[in-house]
Ligand binder design. Structure first.
Ligand SMILES: Nc1ncnc2c1ncn2[C@@H]1O[C@H](COP(=O)(O)OP(=O)(O)OP(=O)(O)O)[C@@H](O)[C@H]1O
Length: 262
């Protein structure tokens, strides 16, 4: 099971609809290999929809449609020849609410993705992957003596790190995180942020967050989404996080990062 490198992900001219309702308009963004990109913006501007488009989850919603392309290392994941399972394996996702399998052991939770992705592994390989992914998710030391206990018995923050481990166990090249800390207390939030920090360079991370301090702390690059009244969401400004927070080029970015609206 070779471990692959972080990959660049490029969204080109992405538009999205729910039925007749257009929610994103020609959004283009390059998410650089091994970097952390934060998606920020007021509620309802299409950040989560954009994130779900990046690993083909948007198409699971019956009324949903989209235009544009998502290119992972040179190949459009929406090309008819591309398998949805390959996109999901290469581009993992962690959600707002931790969703481990509650009755399944911590060990089995960590490697639950192998079966879903059709990856066969020996017992020794599984043992290695469990330890490796739990270490990467900064959870190993807390659970190494109780790997056979149910995942549902962990604290909320530990469950979220278990979900991160589960995503990492299939060696994704990109990890999408949709407000991963919004249900966590400050200590658990810090642990998840430390985990993100330690993954930098190994996997490309795209994180949606409403927490401006978090975006400033964890991301290299930031994209500010906005949906003005009755118009679909679009990117107002994107670039180096430090520059976006300290010297934004657009007044609306300045207002948002300084808490003046949204
Ligand atoms: N399943 C759905 N069916 C219909 N409309 C939807 C669906 N999901 C989202 N929308 C609409 O798409 C638009 C963008 O929603 P989205 O959740 O992507 O925004 P967001 O920026 O992530 O918001 P938040 O920060 O509140 O999570 C909104 O107008 C929302 O009402």
């Amino acid at each position: 099971m070779p471990r692959e490198q972080a990959a660049e992900l490029q969204a080109n001219q992405i538009s999205a609809w729910f039925g007749e309702h257009k929610v994103l308009d020609r959004v283009s963004l390059t998410m650089h290999a091994g970097q952390v990109t934060a998606l920020i913006g007021p509620s309802g501007c299409g950040k989560s929809t954009f994130l779900r488009i990046l690993n083909r989850m948007h198409e699971m919603i019956p009324s949903a449609s989209l235009a544009g392309e998502v290119v992972l290392d040179g190949a459009d994941i929406y090309h008819p020849g591309q398998r949805i399972t390959a996109a999901r394996r290469n581009i993992g996702m962690v959600f707002q609410k931790a969703n481990p399998f509650p009755a399944m052991s911590i060990y089995d939770n960590a490697i639950a993705g192998l079966k879903l992705c059709g990856i066969k592994a020996s017992r020794a390989q599984k043992d290695f992957l469990v330890e490796d992914s739990l270490r990467k998710a900064s959870l190993w030391d807390e659970v190494k003596d109780r790997l056979q206990q149910p995942g549902g018995g962990l604290s909320g923050g530990q469950q979220q790190r278990l979900c991160i481990a589960r995503s990492l166990a299939v060696s994704p090249r990109v990890l999408l995180m949709d407000e991963p800390c919004s249900a966590l207390d400050p200590t658990s939030t810090r642990r998840v942020e430390e985990t993100i920090e330690s993954l930098r360079g190994q996997v490309t991370i795209v994180i949606v967050t409403h927490n401006m301090q978090q975006a400033a702390r964890v991301s290299d690059t930031c994209a500010f989404f906005l949906a003005s009244q009755n118009t679909p969401g679009a990117i107002v400004e994107h670039g180096d996080t430090h520059a976006m927070f300290n010297n934004p080029q657009d007044q609306r970015t300045s207002d948002y990062v300084n808490g003046r609206f949204g």
